[in-house]
Design a protein around this ligand. Structure first.
Ligand SMILES: *Cc1c(COP(=O)(O)O)cnc(C)c1O
Length: 396
């Protein structure tokens, strides 16, 4: 019999949709896929060459559990360069992906009886990861009309003596919203006052549009930094999702505990991937600008097209590569006799009836919305949007 822990767990909805999308494509069905949670670009050549060199140099054995010093130093340099943050090697850990950093962090600081504040719409994995640590996610709703900000009043409502942490993710998956300096200040002050941790998932830091200038909450005040653990990685910035390298920076005792968990579970991240990540962080950064230019053009097109659908509104993302349009005003209509009254039914209708793969908003804690990734070609976006328009027009 399965453990209670495992039997209560569902697979990640976004990975499940991507798998379904690939399965239908393999059958020869022409799917317009908006499910992808990864850049559609190739890993830049100089990064691949560093990995090939690592193999040829026989850099293929166990490394220190928490990562090699050259990679920790590259991470330290990145925080200094981009965020004006100073960390020592003992305050940095390399993990098998940003997700692995978050998982180990939650295992290290949360337990039974703890509450963890998670603003919605949230990344699908935060609530299950909190629960796997035995703690309880406390969801606070943010809204499109307020630019998806959290306010001090909302936080005060959610904070109890059990509050152990808050999870921030900006630019966010699924919305692409960012927190203003005022919001970050308010969160930091309340975290200080009520003594809880700030988990800042900054994986999309580099993928921002227009003139937005990224602010890491840890950089706003030394006392915020003391209680913040930044989780980050190379996956999204350098199109390296398959290489599995993430990193975290924070207080020594927490980083050490994460290392202990790693030493009793996965051991070190792949030696070859670590060498590739050194090249990614220390090498030329021009691939990011190229990727961003393509993403921005797709974002502009997709948002404009979605907004042109009667009844649909769409927040203009400030970062990441997703849009999160609001379809709630068309829910309740019928398609071939079935009432389409949830985002899940709408997503199923789009996939089965119109061969278009999207993720239902409910998976991110927001009913009535859909998540579409624009990490796909302009042709697919054009085709997919036409199908969505057609689908909406078929509702009665
Ligand atoms: C993609 C993603 C991650 C981490 O991805 P890895 O591939 O594990 O590095 C973390 N947080 C969010 C919000 C993401 O979208």
């Amino acid at each position: 019999m399965l453990s209670n822990r495992a039997s209560a767990l569902k697979p990640s909805a976004t990975l499940a949709i991507s798998a379904k999308e690939k399965e239908l494509k393999a059958k020869g069905i022409d799917i317009a896929g908006f499910g992808a949670g990864e850049p559609d670009f190739d890993t830049p050549d100089h990064i691949k060459q560093a990995a090939i060199k690592a193999i040829n140099d026989n850099f293929t054995r166990y490394t220190p559990v928490a990562g090699i010093d050259p990679l920790k130093d590259a991470v330290i340099e990145k925080f200094k360069r981009d965020n004006d943050l100073e960390y020592k090697r003992e305050e940095v850990i390399i993990s098998c992906g940003g997700k692995h950093s978050l998982y180990n962090l939650f295992q290290a600081i949360f337990q039974e009886g703890d509450e963890v504040i998670v603003p919605a719409p949230y990344w699908v994995s935060y609530p299950p990861m909190v629960e796997l640590a035995g703690a309880r996610p406390i969801i606070i709703e943010t809204d499109e009309r307020d630019d998806y900000q959290i306010t001090a009043a909302m936080l005060k409502n959610a904070i109890t003596h059990k509050t152990k942490g808050i999870v921030l993710n900006y630019p966010s998956n699924p919305v692409g919203s960012v927190f203003s300096r005022e919001t970050l200040e308010a969160v930091g002050k309340l975290a200080e006052e009520h003594d809880f941790y700030i988990i800042s998932d900054e994986i999309y830091e580099k993928l921002v549009y227009d003139d937005y200038k990224y602010i890491s909450i840890a950089s706003l005040d030394p006392s915020f930094k003391e209680r913040t653990i930044i989780c980050h990685g190379v996956a999204k910035t350098y199109a390296m999702t398959g290489w599995r390298i993430g990193f975290a920076a924070g207080p020594v005792d927490i980083i050490k505990a994460m290392g202990n968990i790693q030493s009793q579970s996965t051991s070190n991240p792949a030696s070859i991937s670590q060498m590739a990540a050194v090249a990614a962080l220390n090498g030329p950064q021009d691939n990011i600008a190229m990727m961003l230019e393509a993403f921005q053009a797709r974002r502009d097109f997709l948002v404009k097209e979605l907004k042109s659908i009667p009844g649909v509104t769409c927040y203009n993302p400030k970062g990441a590569f997703y849009v999160f349009p609001n379809f709630s005003s068309i829910l309740g209509k019928k398609y071939k006799g079935t009432t389409i009254d949830t985002s899940a039914k709408l997503a199923t209708m789009l996939l089965e009836g119109f061969h278009t793969a999207v993720v239902p908003g409910i998976e991110f804690g927001k009913e009535g919305y859909l998540r579409l990734s624009f990490a796909t070609s302009m042709e697919v976006i054009q085709k997919g949007v036409d199908r969505i328009k057609h689908a909406v027009a078929s509702l009665e």
